[in-house]
Ligand binder design. Structure first.
Ligand code: SF4
Length: 448
């Protein structure tokens, strides 16, 4: 086993509150029919999450136990950062490991020992499984326990799978956060205070904005999972109310509930409407009226609404087609339709968590075609037949579709760009407006 140090561097069973608007919608409108598809997929694997998670948890290290392909994926996705210490690397399983000639556990222990001796700044080490480590059935959970016992209390060693066999794209984050939940500090049983936990990795700037709003609204104890440092991970227990910031965290939610936390049902903080409803749901869970949310958010809402109005001319009436990629498709589609007047042709998503997504589904325009899972050839046929103005898809599909004259938007950009909250609403809309303007200019140039 050799190490490719990254030269880079760097069902919801119990719900405490149903937002009143969404409650009204859901009772008035049946959930849309969903086309379920199984077939060839065109989606990145869960290793991709390392790209944003290593920036978020600043004293964590992600050691992928995988192949050269895995190393190439995360290095090319993350880019090169020369001046920082890397926060991820790949322990490459070579032919001897794969053939069972070397003891992969022994090799892994040596790699980890060398890494931790050289990097005393690492406080949490994630061993990240991949397709090769799963194929040879390397038990990373046992390895994590063994290594944790060896390096505690300086370093906690955890494991999760980012393998393409088990995960798609954003599911890597779900698996990583779910691995953190059992080791979150216990909220003392005698604590009378109820704590709010916001769940899902957000860029620091967005986390700060949302954290400030929640505190101004009057929620005193707000923690974020993941925290920026291992020692600051939020406490959890029966006094925890958690609010999902990302729609792809089904397993993390399940794990939080095993520790007594209760989910606050809400739409996702995408766009002005989504952010307001998300904050109102949090406020209501703490007995704070919606009028307080309206007061605190008035200026941010006004600014965001004005910024969106400037983009409506470009986007209203234009059609959009979503291939399944990040599980962010439904909230983004809802935002584009309701706040910008776009027409939804098909909204594909790799997995539809019906309970976490209930408020979002109730907000979709009636008759929208939803699809879950993927049969890429069938979906390409439907996309070509519809000829949407813009198609959201993975990198592998974008170039061929552009060559056929369709305008595309890379789904991965929607994950890497700050899009949550009021201040980012127009940035999200701009991600759709820009390719449409460029396509219009190209057409005008060709016609001239
Ligand atoms: Fe490819 Fe699997 Fe490695 Fe992902 S985990 S890069 S799908 S080999």
């Amino acid at each position: 086993m050799s190490v490719r140090a990254a030269p880079v561097a760097s069902a919801a069973a119990r719900v405490v509150h149903l937002h009143p608007v969404a409650q009204a919608c859901s009772s008035a409108q049946a959930l849309p029919a969903v086309l379920k598809e199984r077939g060839q997929r065109e989606v990145f694997c869960g290793l991709t999450g390392i790209v944003w998670l290593h920036r978020k948890i600043q004293d964590a290290f992600f050691l992928v136990v995988g192949s050269r392909t895995c190393a190439h994926l995360i290095q090319s996705a993350a880019g090169v950062m020369i001046f920082a210490e890397p926060r991820f690397a790949t322990a490459i399983l070579d032919e001897r490991d794969l053939a069972g000639l070397a003891d992969a556990n022994e090799e892994l222990d040596k790699v980890v020992q060398r890494l931790l001796a050289r990097r005393p700044d690492i406080k949490t080490l994630f061993l990240v499984g991949s397709c090769p480590s799963e194929v040879i059935k390397l038990d990373l959970s046992r390895a994590a326990q063994r290594l944790s016992a060896q390096f505690m209390p300086q370093v906690r060693v955890l494991n999760y799978s980012g393998s393409g066999i088990e995960t798609t794209f954003t599911q890597g984050e779900d698996a990583c956060l779910a691995a953190l939940v059992p080791v979150l500090p216990e909220l003392p049983a005698n604590s009378n205070a109820t704590h709010l936990m916001v769940v899902g990795a957000l860029p620091d700037v967005v986390e700060d904005q949302l954290g400030r709003l929640l505190q101004q609204i009057g929620i005193p104890q707000v923690g974020f999972l993941p925290a920026r440092h291992s020692q600051q991970m939020p406490q959890v227990g029966p006094g925890t109310r958690y609010l999902l910031a990302q729609p792809f965290l089904g397993e993390t939610a399940r794990m939080l509930e095993t520790r007594g936390a209760l989910r606050i049902a809400a739409p996702f903080p995408i766009g002005v409407e989504g952010t307001t409803a998300w904050l109102e749901a949090a406020a209501a869970a703490f007995g704070i009226p919606a009028s307080r949310v309206a007061e605190v958010t008035a200026s941010a809402r006004t600014r965001a609404t004005a910024a969106l109005a400037r983009l409506r001319d470009t986007l209203a009436g234009r059609s959009v087609f979503f291939f399944p990629d990040s599980q962010l498709e439904v909230p983004i589609a809802r935002f584009l339709a309701r706040e910008l007047g776009m027409q939804l042709t098909e909204v594909g998503t790799p997995y539809l968590h019906r309970e976490h997504m209930a408020q979002e589904l109730a907000w979709l325009p009636s008759g929208v075609q939803l699809s879950e899972g993927q049969h890429v050839e069938n979906q390409l046929d439907r996309c070509r037949a519809m000829q949407p103005d813009i198609t959201v898809c993975g990198l592998g599909l974008a170039n061929p579709l552009e060559a056929e004259g369709l305008t595309t938007k890379w789904a991965i950009e929607l994950v890497f760009t700050p899009i949550h909250g009021y201040e980012q609403a127009a940035d999200l809309a701009e991600l759709f407006a820009r390719p449409l303007r460029r396509a219009a200019l190209l057409r005008a140039g060709l016609a001239a």
